[in-house]
Design a protein around this ligand. Structure first.
Ligand code: NAD
Ligand code: MN
Length: 496
């Protein structure tokens, strides 16, 4: 058990509030992982002051020099990967294979930032007029508030921290209260890598308190948020009032389509991983399986057999496939949706109850659950459950499958299994999602590509890759006239 402190202006400091909260292991609720400060607005103000002060210097540090710190951070992370993955599994429950992947994504994002420092391109374009050049550059905005969820305790903070600070901004991160330790260790890594004081600060606490205080803080210029659509809507509203920039990465209700011509074994591997990986607690989790009629019965039989073989347990055990839900509330939500599904008339194929065998009784486990004969209009086919529940829907043909795929308010990720090149291309064109997979599950984003969704999944930004840098910078357009005369755009021409 470790007692964590806020990290403000390069120092670990106690909260002014004197209050704390606990972080427990969802696979064994008796295990206390850490105690964290439940901070208040005064703590946030201190962090903002530190970040503001640091900004004036940090913004002017040459990008390749900033990038060296990112590279050192990556090196420290590589050395610490196993230890960090184990902490993450204890803190939020997902299996060790996946927390290693989560941490690897952080490493990759740090290395991408390290490279980006030497290839921070703008555009150079010709002018309408002679002896004049035009180009664009990207500049930082100032102090950012970074608000993160618990399901990717390192990857998501990394997606925000590295592009935000490489760009010359400074930041305060407020991680989810279910996974504060992993974010804290990441901030520690950057500190050890030589990040100047005040550039990155962490303030622990609740969304209603620290999160809200960030939204309305006059010296915070932007909010980068990943979380639920409900909170995202609230953040957009508050930020809109002061025209604060905000990027919102929100929920999903992702579908996997399997057409009759597909490789069914491959599609089965995909849906089991997509639906039950991270215990279904991914924004990109497969929560709808859309099967073309001719293979419906056969695929369901294959699915049932495979899902019932999944092994539940503590994610530190390498043989376990599925860990617990992150907390009791999340498991209660899953149980509630299972009841809703039954009432709506969907047929429970397997699962549908908590799992309490042996040691699992101490945690928030729930059996991998599949509903069949689900109608696209049912709530279990429309609302994000964020747990190990898959809704199987029948489609009579390709056109209907795409219609069902697009028939939700979300638009994050979609997957189509087919060997028909024409149908695959058409699906790519028609899918109303920010990410499309062909013959691969709805999960599995790579850090150097844009990540984000359409419709209620966000507000048009893309994290990941080069597009993350667009979130955290302003474009500056520069005209340099070396003609020595007044040249008027649209009025003067080159031959006059
Ligand atoms: P959440 O919305 O409950 O919380 C996310 C963060 O917001 C937490 O740090 C929380 O403390 C904070 N918060 C809560 N209320 C706030 C407020 N009023 N003002 C400011 N901040 C506030 O989400 P969660 O349960 O932590 O995460 C699960 C959700 O995140 C799911 O909906 C999932 O789809 C989504 N998610 C989206 C992506 C993506 O990139 N699209 C990735 C992962 C998770
Ligand atoms: Mn926890």
């Amino acid at each position: 058990m470790k007692e964590y402190k806020n990290f403000i202006n390069g120092k670990f400091v106690d909260s002014k509030s004197g209050r704390t909260f606990e972080n427990r292991n969802p696979a064994n609720w008796d295990e206390l992982i850490g105690i964290f400060p439940k901070s208040n607005a005064e703590d946030l103000n201190m962090a903002v002051e530190a970040a503001k002060k640091a900004y004036t210097k940090w913004r002017s540090v040459p990008l390749p020099k900033k990038a060296e710190i990112m590279r050192r951070a990556a090196e420290i992370m590589i050395a610490r990967k196993e230890e960090a993955a184990r902490l993450m599994t204890r803190e939020m429950g997902k299996i060790i294979k996946e927390t290693r992947g989560d941490y690897q994504e952080g490493i990759d994002t740090a290395l991408f930032a390290a490279g980006q420092g030497r290839r921070y391109f703008g555009y150079t374009v010709p002018s309408e007029l002679p002896n004049k050049i035009c180009f664009t550059r990207r500049d930082p905005l100032g102090v950012w508030g970074l608000i993160t969820p618990w399901n990717f305790p390192v990857a998501i903070p990394s997606w925000k921290i590295f592009p935000c600070i490489l760009s010359g901004n400074t930041a305060i991160i407020k991680p989810a209260t279910d996974t504060p330790a992993s974010a804290g260790e990441l901030v520690q890594v950057l500190h050890e890598a030589g990040l100047p004081e005040g550039v990155l600060n962490i303030v622990y606490g609740g969304g209603g308190e620290i999160g809200e205080a960030m939204l309305s803080h006059p010296d915070i210029v932007g909010i980068s948020f990943t979380g639920s659509s409900d909170i995202g809507r609230r953040i957009g509203e508050v930020c809109g009032k002061t025209l604060k920039r905000c990027s919102l990465e929100l929920g999903g209700k992702n579908g996997q389509v399997v057409l009759a011509d597909a490789n069914l074994e491959l599609a089965l591997d995909g849906v089991v991983w997509g639906a039950f990986g991270t215990t279904g607690q991914r924004c990109t989790a497969t929560s709808r399986l859309i099967l073309e009629e001719p293979i419906y019965d056969k695929f369901i039989e294959m699915l049932k057999a495979r899902v019932e073989k999944l092994k539940l347990g503590n994610g530190l055990d390498e043989t376990v496939d599925v860990g617990p839900l992150v907390n009791k509330a999340q498991r209660d939500t899953v149980a509630m949706y299972v009841e809703i599904g039954k009432k709506e008339g969907a047929k429970l194929l397997t699962g549908g109850e908590p799992y309490t065998e042996g040691e699992c009784a101490k945690g928030w486990f729930y059996k991998p659950t599949v509903f069949i004969d689900v109608l696209p209009t049912m709530r279990i086919a429309q609302e994000e459950i964020f747990g190990p529940v898959l809704s199987v829907i029948k489609a009579k043909d390709f056109e209907e499958a795409i219609k069902i795929l697009n028939g939700t308010t979300y638009g994050l990720s979609s997957s189509i299994y087919t060997n028909d090149l024409n149908k695959a291309q058409k699906a790519i064109e028609l899918a109303e999602t920010g990410i499309v997979y062909i013959n691969a599950p709805t999960i599995g984003a790579e850090c150097h590509l844009p990540f984000g969704g359409m419709k209620n999944t966000g507000n048009g930004h893309r994290e990941g890759g080069w597009t993350a840098y667009e979130i955290f910078t302003e474009v500056k357009t520069v005209y340099i006239d070396y003609s020595g005369t007044l040249q008027r755009a649209q009025i003067d021409t080159w031959n006059e």
